[in-house]
Write a protein that binds this ligand. Structure first.
Ligand code: NAI
Ligand code: MG
Length: 359
């Protein structure tokens, strides 16, 4: 029997509890198939925590997360909390939990499932074989730099500053190299080194670290060119590592290669193997409680957890292969269905994936 791994489970709001429930069924199936054992502890977070505890991120929730090896999160938010003061909004909790857990990178895979090529707006032959990962710096750069207004010669001016220190750059680029080593060993480091000083530092660090990862092929690419190449030759990318704002934009662009938001998983990482795993989508209040949510993004987030935090590659692949098999067999939730009348529900999709899992 393997060591018991602790997972903090945050269902959250809207479709969060529905999609997390399906992922937990997959977790249980993984224990049966592979002999791994997990201990799950549920925690309140987001809107439901505001309603029940008066804060989006209760101390107890933070303790549960810090005490665990990894966190599985559904989604938070909804219109009923939109007009609350800032400290009583679910999104405030999201920023706080990332900061409290020291999560400085966001990993977003973009995988095009062959049978879903039609769901994208790009030509199927361009998408063929696309399987990439965007590694985005999450806690530095222009989003966190000093911001202010001032009076200039020609009227009011607004200033945003972009700051990166060498430690922040080094830890994220190392993560890019390490992830590439476990994949197809290609790292595209994205910057704007022709004009930005922070990008020049970025490129220097990437070049300095490269000899430590001789098996990884490093390519430098300017962000504007990367935006074009993602549409022209997406399948040629393996791992893309970049700073906060570039990563925000490029990861959304990469997401669109795959078709539906209901399919996209993500991981937020700090130092070491600890991570928070969640679907890219939000709480989808428009479809909550109707058995319409696609649970695949959350199930694939669990697969990412198995691979990255626990190193359970066998379980991760089993989940990914089961998802592909179910999709290949033509089963669709309504967000990815061409013929909506044939669409299946949330728990039906979860059950089919369970049934398809093999050792
Ligand atoms: P959303 O991602 O919740 O929904 C956008 C559209 O995609 C909706 O039409 C929704 O029905 C659909 N959709 C989303 N996930 C789906 C799934 N699994 N299966 C099928 N269809 C799906 O984004 P929206 O509407 O902008 O935000 C709703 C709430 O979620 C807001 O309160 C927002 O702040 C919050 N949010 C939370 C996030 C998080 O918890 N990390 C991330 C993004 C938004
Ligand atoms: Mg974005």
């Amino acid at each position: 029997m393997s060591e018991v791994k602790k997972i903090a489970v945050i269902s959250g709001d809207g479709i969060g509890p529905e999609v997390v429930a399906e992922a937990l069924k997959v977790l249980k199936r993984t224990e049966e198939l592979f002999g791994y054992s997990f201990e799950t502890e549920h925690a309140l977070f987001g809107g439901i925590a505001i309603d029940q505890k008066g804060t989006p991120l209760p101390q107890e929730t933070l303790d549960i997360c810090k005490n665990a090896d990894a966190v599985l999160l559904g989604a938070v938010g909804g219109p009923q909390w939109d007009n609350n003061p800032k400290e009583l909004r679910p999104e405030t909790g999201l920023l706080a939990i990332r900061k409290e857990l020291g999560l400085f990178s966001n990993l977003r895979p973009a995988v095009v499932f062959d049978c879903l090529k039609d769901a994208s707006t790009l030509k199927p032959e361009v998408l063929e074989g696309t399987d990439l990962m965007v590694v985005r710096e999450l806690t530095g750069g222009i989003y966190f730099g000093e911001k202010f207004r001032r009076q200039g010669d020609q009227g009011e001016e607004a200033v945003d500053t972009c700051v990166y220190n060498v430690t922040e750059v080094e830890r994220i680029i190392r993560q890019g190299f390490e992830i590439a080593q476990k994949r197809r060993k290609k790292l595209a480091s994205v910057d704007k080194a022709n004009v930005l000083e922070t990008s020049r530092l970025w490129r220097e660090v990437a070049n300095r670290l490269a000899p430590e990862y001789p098996d990884v092929e490093l390519e430098h690419i300017l962000v504007d060119n990367c935006a074009m190449q993602l549409l022209r030759r997406p399948s040629s990318f393996d791992v893309i590592v970049t700073e906060n704002m570039f990563g925000d934009i490029l990861s959304d662009e990469a997401a669109m290669l795959t078709g539906s938001i209901g399919m996209l998983s993500s991981a937020s990482m700090g130092e070491g193997s600890y991570g928070l795993y969640e679907p890219v989508h939000g709480s989808a209040p428009d479809i909550a409680g109707q058995e319409l949510a696609n649970p695949i993004a959350t199930i694939l987030s669990l697969a990412l957890m198995f691979r990255i935090t626990f190193g359970y590659e066998d379980a991760a692949s089993a989940i990914e292969e089961a998802v592909a098999e179910v999709l290949n067999a033509g089963h669709r939730t309504s967000d990815i269905a061409v013929d909506k009348s044939k669409a299946i529900g949330t728990s039906q999709m979860g059950d089919l994936i369970l049934a398809a899992m093999k050792k």
